[in-house]
Design a protein around this ligand. Structure first.
Ligand code: HGY
Ligand code: MN
Ligand code: MN
Length: 429
């Protein structure tokens, strides 16, 4: 006797199946963009999509599109997120959104085939390349090229710390494509919150209203190499002790702002020549600055730059700071927010409006087509960490909401004004 699984059980079975790809000992995943593990989960996703009757395309920067084309003349409502992860990252970040999108699209396809739905647009599930920006910087890469905000050739020539180019990494895992990407009319993404507001307010669904203003600073400290054993302290120009001051300045700069409105960290730091008996000559580090208001990031940045000037004089070395990965606020359309609220209510789930502190592929997409961003709760607000966790019931509730949003998008509820779609088309020619 065959037991048929419910749509929710089928989704959970697939989602839990993804844990195996790049699995780490402490229940996380490590599937950085363009690695073997990233290729493996993309192969698994491609097979799943094809088995469900979807056409799979790969574009020139490694974005993977799985399409149902109900009407060859129509464009596509896109649903998606990303399958790449941070090093020693969590199982849910990005992957949840891709698998939920796959199941929402498949459920919708069954209704279209059964004649229950008369779609105005087709549907496409996307796995964007390198959303995380860990191995290859900057982050949100594949969707930014697709939307016309990053240059394809420059991105393909971007190198990782070992000098491997994006194009070669994609070639290696079989995802340097040549297919034509589908034309979008709207985009929806569901994602774990990665923060603690939904949990703090005991709310099940987040309707994302806007993104925080974020930027990064590449800081290079140049001192002078010398012997750790034979150089008097007064004669040293130690790049690493100066960098250590900068790391603590970065943490301290938030003190002048209202609580929980600005966040900063240095997450990446390299030391040269990194020998135990050499005073370091150079340190490179990345500062991540994010805030509820653009003015707060700009003020924190100005404070840090002036502190670096003092540091240079005091320690007799140089500090260079270059801005990159600047992402202005994105405001998601109100009718998309209301769509989420209505879908949550129909699913009997509580919903609140929320800002996203983390970046997502929805940020560039929202600059070209109307975009809906939905959150489900993160336990303890933990993410980019093996301890990242969301409960099955919350994941299933989110899938129900996403499916309703997808139904509305293919029905044309959020159709972009012609001007915006034209700019997308221009960017893609
Ligand atoms: O940039 C971000 O916040 C995302 O996690 N890549
Ligand atoms: Mn993500
Ligand atoms: Mn992430």
């Amino acid at each position: 006797m065959t037991i048929s699984l419910t749509p929710e059980q089928l989704f959970l079975e697939d989602f839990h199946d993804t844990y195996q790809f790049g699995a780490t000992p402490a229940n996380g995943v490590d599937r950085q963009a363009g690695t073997r593990e990233h290729g493996e989960i993309r192969d698994w996703f491609t097979k799943k999509a094809q088995a469900a009757g979807m056409e799979v395309r790969v574009d020139s920067v490694g974005n993977v599109f799985a399409l149902y084309t109900w009407n060859p003349e129509a464009d596509y409502a896109l649903l998606g997120s990303h399958l790449d992860s941070q090093p020693l990252g969590g199982r849910f970040d990005g992957c949840y959104g891709v698998i939920a999108a796959l199941h929402a699209a498949q459920q919708l396809n069954e209704e279209v085939l059964a004649g229950k739905v008369e779609p105005k647009h087709n549907i496409c599930v996307v796995d964007w390349f390198n959303e995380e920006g860990a191995r290859f910087q900057p982050s949100i890469m594949g969707s930014s090229v697709y939307a016309g905000f990053m240059d394809e050739k420059k991105i393909l020539d971007t190198k990782d710390a070992k000098g491997i180019k994006v194009r070669d990494a994609l070639e290696e895992i079989g995802y340097l494509g040549t297919d034509k990407a589908p034309i979008p009319v709207a985009y929806a993404e569901i994602h774990i919150e990665q923060g603690r507001l939904l949990e703090r307010h005991e709310i099940e669904i987040g309707a994302v209203t806007q993104s925080w203003y974020t930027q990064k600073l590449l800081v290079t400290v140049n001192g002078e190499q010398s012997h750790t054993g034979a150089t008097y302290m007064a004669d040293r120009h130690d790049a690493l002790t100066a960098a250590a001051e900068i790391v603590l300045m970065t943490e301290a700069v938030v003190e002048g702002f209202p609580g929980e409105e600005i966040v900063t960290s240095v997450g990446q730091l390299t030391v040269e020549p990194n020998s135990p008996i050499v005073v370091p000559r150079q340190v490179d580090m990345v500062i991540d600055l994010r805030a509820h208001l653009r003015s707060q990031v700009e003020e924190a940045r100005a404070t840090l730059l002036s502190q670096f000037k003092d540091l240079e004089k005091r320690r007799g070395l140089t500090v260079l700071a270059q801005d990159f990965d600047i992402r202005d606020h994105q405001y998601y359309p109100l009718d998309g927010i209301e769509l989420t609220e209505k879908a949550a209510a129909e699913a009997g789930r509580s919903c609140m409006r929320i800002e996203t502190m983390a970046g997502h592929d929805s940020v560039p997409l929202n600059r070209i087509v109307p975009t809906v961003m939905v959150f489900v709760p993160s336990v303890d607000g933990v993410s980019h960490c093996e301890r990242e966790f969301s409960r099955d019931e919350d994941l299933v509730a989110g899938l129900k909401v996403l499916k309703e949003i997808a139904f509305q998008l293919v029905g044309g509820s959020l159709d972009a004004d012609e001007a915006k779609v034209d700019s997308a088309l221009d960017a893609m020619k």
